[in-house]
Design a protein around this ligand. Structure first.
Ligand code: ADP
Ligand SMILES: Cc1ncc(COP(=O)(O)OP(=O)(O)O)c(N)n1
Length: 269
């Protein structure tokens, strides 16, 4: 029997299934890997917004991680919603010997609804404790500004911010592009690799309200592709295309800001 590729998300649950661990698990399934989830928190939300949240205790988060460690062979993993410093410290202590392989840190601070999922006094804890362990971080435009302490008005400032973030410890950086202005034609992300090489990666801008979970989908697709043995650059390119296809092929679920479409079939390798 061939061992199946196994991956993990350490993230929050989102009740409407559009984002968080639910989006991660759908992406893992779509990309052909076996996904597991350690829940750090749970939010009550729907396509109108996030209305309540609860944080798991450090002891419970630790128990979940221990159970995964005791039984499974995880090749790559990601972190998503981490809520506060206590959660970050718990996760950092549990993963510091890198038992789960390649680490994609999605520094979730803000959602499309404008909900804040990380306490402001925990930004520095995230930088101090998890940035040095990360193989790649994938901040959105807002998160990149906050975490680098930079303005991002043009390409030059984005490149500078990526270098600043890399100096804080993560090996590779992917800053996701701005897309709040409906007049743009492309959404362009910037990637800075460990060896200093860099590239811009873009797809056409899709004008849609169905955009919840795009960041989670991108980061978990990178996890899946790296776990299958692909190099980081091709994993990023596949993840970007997969996310774009999921945004473009809208499914009619929810009344306002709906989910993206993880059912898209393409040539999974
Ligand atoms: N409307 C859109 N059209 C095309 N690509 C998009 C759109 N919205 C987001 N993306 C892409 O989806 C990915 C996730 O980005 P983003 O939505 O900014 O992340 P987050 O969910 O963390 O805020 C990025 O590659 C981004 O370029
Ligand atoms: C529980 C939970 N985690 C993360 C998010 C945000 O997901 P993300 O894909 O980074 O951003 P949106 O595209 O959903 O804004 C969430 N909503 N819930």
């Amino acid at each position: 029997m061939n061992e199946f590729t196994q991956v993990l998300t350490i993230a929050g649950s989102d009740s409407d299934g559009s984002a968080g661990a639910q989006a991660d698990l759908k992406t893992f399934m779509a990309r052909g890997v076996y996904g597991m989830s350690v829940l750090t928190a749970a939010v009550a939300g729907n396509s109108y917004g996030i209305h309540d949240a609860t944080v798991m205790t450090p002891k419970f988060i630790d128990s979940q991680i221990k159970d995964i460690k005791d039984d499974f062979k995880v090749s790559a993993f990601k972190t998503g919603m981490l809520s506060d410093s206590a959660t970050i410290n718990t996760v950092a202590d549990a993963i510091k010997d890198h038992p789960f392989g390649f680490f994609v840190l999605d520094p979730v601070i803000i959602t499309k609804h404008g909900a804040m999922l990380l306490e402001e006094d925990a930004y520095q804890t995230l930088i101090d404790k998890l940035f040095p362990l990360a193989d790649i971080i994938t901040p959105n435009f807002y998160e990149a500004k906050k975490l680098s302490g930079s303005d991002l008005h043009d390409r030059e400032e984005i490149v500078r911010a990526a270098h600043k973030l890399q100096e804080l410890g993560p090996k590779n950086i992917m800053i996701k592009g701005e897309h709040s202005d409906d007049s743009i034609s492309e959404v362009e992300d910037f990637v800075l690799l460990e060896d200093g090489q860099s590239f811009w990666i873009s797809e056409p801008y899709v004008k849609t309200d169905h955009i919840n979970g795009t960041g989670d989908t991108l980061s978990s697709a990178i996890v899946a592709e790296v776990a299958k043995g692909n190099d980081l650059e091709s994993a990023i390119r596949t993840a970007k295309t997969f996310t774009y296809n999921a945004i473009k092929n809208v499914i009619d679920v929810g009344h306002k800001y709906g989910p993206i479409n993880h059912f898209i079939k393409d040539d999974i390798q």
